[in-house]
Design a protein around this ligand. Structure first.
Ligand code: PEP
Ligand code: MG
Length: 583
């Protein structure tokens, strides 16, 4: 038996023989063309685009049938990507000016954009790399006249586990749940589209396993746990039996979670929590509302910008903020100002390439330097806040001056709107994300200028531990249980309570079962999580008394290494959790 550890992205236990699927980039020969074939090559490019759009439309319909309406939008986004005018004009230019074949020119531009996305410090963009590769591969395969990825033959009679370097959403949505019982991939994170689809389709999956293809052959027996991320190769009979028993218990848990989704988020010892949703894309509004989110604790706004030719207008933003707010009547919606970075800029906005975008010109720094981007967003929030509970949140702050400057601009825009006779709120609460060690250490000082704090643990862990959050190879080291993180979490919540301001957590940590207990114990009372995680987080809150969580947090705070923290939490939850939640 050999054991691998990756990122559990779709819960459930699966067991079966591996089938390796290779979706590698097609080998494109470098081909130049004579001048008189240029027009024909451009026609070939356009025909390929039309045909890929048609295929993606079919996949979208299939996704709608099999996974749901929201998931089908993944393919709408792919259709937009494949039709991207700027990109296609770039390819056409290469064909016309350099006399390259359509596939050679296309590959050239595809590699260029992929490199930009890869080196971008932006997590969302890097998560979408699989979509980008999928459409590029589809286009290249079409231009080369080769067979399509969908024709990958999977055995139809066996229950198999598909193993790949990277899973595309297109392949994932076509997997037959009766025959494909699990997924394993070297690349991918919890938020990649293939992971989201696997979750919706109910296929247990583990991603982020670098080197898996060196260990696994077609036919290798695999037992995987899509919750913990554990993958056993050639497991023993006893391990298989244990896994099967666990699977049936977990299915029962799913029913219990769904049944509790509209119940109050109150602990057994009577402490109330506010459970909110994180919304990255418009599709998530309805699933957050369905899962009883009491507002949106993190409304990411980058999708309004990414991949678009121009900045969104003030009206468009105000309409979007109103739409989100109307889905959560009476509850707050926290709009996070543009967290732009890397190349997550509108195409028209030329940002200089940077050697180290994670530590570069991004987020609040860009907004403050470019009022023409920031001010319309501030105005949109103020306008949408008439009769609605909208709040503004500033990401990646490291200096008090940034908060003061942003608040000054907000005030100026409120005055401008009033002077122009435009109906808008006079102000909105302005909070800050605590997601850098600088902000955590200075939490008391920031609390004097902020209406609330929201802890972005994804970046806080990244910047504290010097671990790239998107690097699957370092996934083990990306630990929110590191004592340096615990101490900061305590500093932040204590500073918030001294100042009498609300403190929430909106990073991924807030949906990890053991970490939920830790956060409860440290004194956090508001958590904002991805919509699918809401039922489980509520179940934990309703199961674990705050007194027990506080005792666990105290022991955890005394630990000097991540394992010690995890162990303390595990011991504390034993009477409340069962093996269905923590195998
Ligand atoms: C975070 O950093 O924890 C966070 C919530 O923001 P994002 O993931 O968008 O960087
Ligand atoms: Mg962040």
């Amino acid at each position: 038996m050999r054991k691998l550890h990756g990122i559990g992205v779709s819960p459930g236990v699966a067991f079966g023989p591996a089938v390796i699927v290779r979706l590698d980039v097609p080998d494109v020969p470098n081909r130049a063309i004579p001048l008189d074939e240029v027009d024909a090559e451009v026609d070939r490019l356009n025909l390929a685009v039309a045909s890929v759009v048609e295929t993606l439309g079919t996949l979208r319909d299939r996704a709608r049938e099999r996974a749901g309406r929201e998931e089908s939008h993944i393919f709408d986004a792919q259709i937009m990507m494949v039709q991207d005018g700027d990109f296609l004009r770039g390819v056409e230019q290469l064909i016309r000016q350099n006399h390259l074949s359509a596939e050679t020119a296309y590959e050239f531009k595809a590699l260029e954009i992929r490199n930009i996305w890869m080196s971008s410090g932006n997590a969302i963009l890097r998560d979408r790399l699989a979509d980008l590769s999928a459409i590029h591969n589809r286009m290249l395969t079409r231009l080369l006249g080769r067979a399509e990825e969908e024709q990958w033959a999977l055995p139809s009679e066996d229950q198999v586990i598909v193993v790949a370097r990277e899973l595309s959403p297109g392949l994932t949505v076509q997997l037959d749940r009766d025959h494909v019982v699990g997924l394993v991939s070297e690349e991918g994170t919890r938020t990649s589209h293939a992971a989201i689809l696997a979750h919706s389709l109910g296929i247990p999956a583990v991603m982020g396993l670098p080197g898996a293809l060196e260990e696994i052959r077609t036919g290798t027996t695999i037992l995987l746990d899509g919750q913990s991320g554990m993958v056993l190769l050639d497991p023993s009979r006893a391990e298989i039996d244990r896994a099967r028993a666990q699977l049936s218990r977990r299915q029962k848990l799913e029913f219990e979670l769904e049944a509790a989704v509209t119940q109050a988020a109150i602990t057994p010892d009577g402490v109330s929590f506010q459970l909110m949703g994180n919304v990255d894309l418009p599709d998530e509004i309805s699933s957050a509302a369905r899962n009883d989110a009491h507002g949106v604790g993190l409304l990411r706004t980058e999708f309004l910008v990414t991949g678009r030719a121009a900045l969104p207008t003030e009206d468009e933003q105000a309409d979007y903020f109103r739409r989100v707010s109307d889905a959560f009547p009476g509850y707050p919606v926290v709009v996070r100002s543009f967290d732009l970075g890397g190349d997550k800029f509108p195409a028209a906005f030329r940002a200089p390439p940077e050697p180290n975008p994670f530590l570069g010109w991004r987020s609040i720094r860009v907004c403050l330097d470019h009022p023409e981007i920031f001010r319309p967003q501030l105005r949109a929030v103020l306008r949408a806040a008439v009769d609605r509970r909208l709040e503004l949140m500033l990401p990646l702050v490291t200096r008090i001056e940034e908060v003061l400057e942003a608040k000054e601009m907000l005030l100026e825009e409120a005055l401008n709107l009033a002077r122009a006779g435009i109906h808008a709120a006079a102000s909105v609460p302005v909070g800050v994300m605590i997601e850098t060690p600088a902000a955590a250490i200075l939490a008391d000082e920031f609390a004097r200028h902020a209406a609330f704090f929201s802890v972005g643990t994804n970046d806080l862990v990244q910047y504290t531990l010097a671990v790239d959050r998107g690097n699957a190879r370092l996934a083990e080291r990306f630990s929110p249980h590191h004592p340096a993180i615990l101490r900061q979490l305590k500093t932040i919540v204590d500073a918030g309570s001294r100042a009498g301001i609300g403190v929430s957590v909106c990073g991924e940590m807030a949906s990890d079962p053991l970490s939920v207990v830790l956060l409860m114990g440290l004194g956090y009372r508001t958590l904002s999580v991805a919509p699918p995680a809401l039922p489980l987080v509520k179940w934990i809150i309703r199961s674990v008394p705050v007194a027990a969580a506080a005792a666990a947090a105290e022991v955890a705070l005394a630990a000097d290494r991540p394992d010690g923290v995890t162990e303390a939490l595990r011991t504390a939850v034993t009477p409340y959790f069962d093996s269905r939640i923590l195998p």
